[in-house]
Design a protein around this ligand. Structure first.
Ligand SMILES: NC(=O)c1ccc[n+]([C@@H]2O[C@H](COP(=O)([O-])OP(=O)(O)OC[C@H]3O[C@@H](n4cnc5c(N)ncnc54)[C@H](OP(=O)(O)O)[C@@H]3O)[C@@H](O)[C@H]2O)c1
Length: 312
């Protein structure tokens, strides 16, 4: 084989691999005029890309952000790109039950209809820290914060049925474990363990909600976005290292818009209804990891979470 032919084959193989890594695409062209969506962590990464797509479909989008200035900057960009001005930024700090309660109080006063809630915000591999209410931050922000948020918006979502709850988890939920005597890293801290635990809790929350909301018209999905080149990844490296390995990262990871496809699919697709919720990856329903199949843990985690957030 000539050098040119060898290079051609290599290029083709690399292009095919990249196509595979990009994963599923939401093919639905559904218009969301008249629909209202809340997206947590919508100022950045997957959340911002999701907001961009839903704004393009004419939805009213509430960007729930802990940093309102970052939220307003994202909003301006989305309005400029989509021409949709029905976007609102609201303050929400998932590391503070007080902030979550205030956010939900305002939403419940202002909205008569909420069609989609997308629990997207998250922290990843943070050094040990605690939320305002004293919980380990991965467990507190990624799980407990969204647990309280969802519960306080549940009546509104039920009244708005058919409606949807989309919970952004991760493939790493499969490596997580829920140890009830170590939920807040009481036995020692490991950031990978803490993140995986919080993402497993996301899947358990979605599955418990699915059961509790059967026959209400509320569809519940959990989502694995895949490996996505967002701030979460960027923060793992020093700036100069990131700049050096950027082509490699670009090649192996999805862009934020590619990573948002499964969240968008779960938010809009008319192939889904209450009975067809579940765990999705690459816009396809998948089996959850074995660690997420224990009904006893699922129920106990709900009860413990209810107590932790002050709902029981
Ligand atoms: N990127 C990946 O490869 C990947 C893979 C699997 C799953 N995920 C999941 O995807 C979701 C989105 O992450 P991303 O990759 O798009 O990362 P990102 O760009 O860092 O976005 C995370 C978002 O969460 C917000 N957030 C963090 N702490 C918060 C708090 N206490 N209250 C409210 N908002 C808070 C961030 O706000 P600030 O901008 O103010 O920090 C940001 O808007 C996360 O749940 C993550 O676990 C990502």
């Amino acid at each position: 084989m000539t050098i040119a032919a060898t290079m051609g084959v290599c290029f083709l193989l690399l292009a095919l691999l990249k196509y595979y890594l990009v994963g599923g695409v939401c093919k639905s062209s559904i218009d969301m005029t008249g629909k209202t969506v809340i997206i947590t962590g919508a100022n950045s990464g997957i959340g911002k890309a999701t907001a961009m797509d839903l704004a393009r479909r004419n939805a009213s989008v509430i960007l729930a952000c802990r940093d309102v200035i970052k939220g307003e900057t994202a909003k301006m960009e989305i309005v400029r790109e989509t021409g949709n001005s029905q976007l609102k930024v609201k303050h929400l700090d998932l590391a503070s039950f007080k902030s979550i309660r205030q956010f939900c109080k305002e939403i419940n006063q202002e909205l008569t209809q909420l069609d989609v809630l997308i629990n997207n915000a998250g922290i990843f591999f943070h050094p040990f820290s605690k939320t305002e209410d004293g919980f380990e931050s991965h467990f507190g922000v990624n799980h407990l914060g969204h647990f309280l948020l969802t519960n306080l918006l549940l009546d509104l979502l039920k009244r708005s049925a058919p409606s949807r709850i989309v919970i952004v988890s991760s493939l790493t939920h499969a490596y997580g474990s829920i140890e009830f005597d170590n939920l807040n890293s009481e036995k020692g801290y490991n950031r990978v363990v803490a993140y995986n635990r919080s993402k497993l809790a996301n899947v358990y929350l979605a599955n418990e909600l699915r059961e509790r909301l059967s026959n209400t018209g509320v569809t519940v999905c959990s989502v694995n976005p895949g490996g996505v080149n967002t701030m979460i990844v960027r923060r793992l490296f020093r700036d100069w290292v990131y700049r050096l390995i950027w082509p490699f990262i670009w090649y192996i990871l999805k862009s934020p818009m590619q990573g948002a496809q499964t969240s968008i699919y779960c938010a809009v697709s008319n192939e889904l209804d209450e009975a067809h919720g579940g765990y999705f990856s690459d816009c396809t329903k998948k089996q959850v990891g074995t660690s997420a199949r224990d009904d006893g843990i699922r129920k106990k985690l709900w009860d413990v979470s209810e107590r932790f957030v002050g709902l029981a």
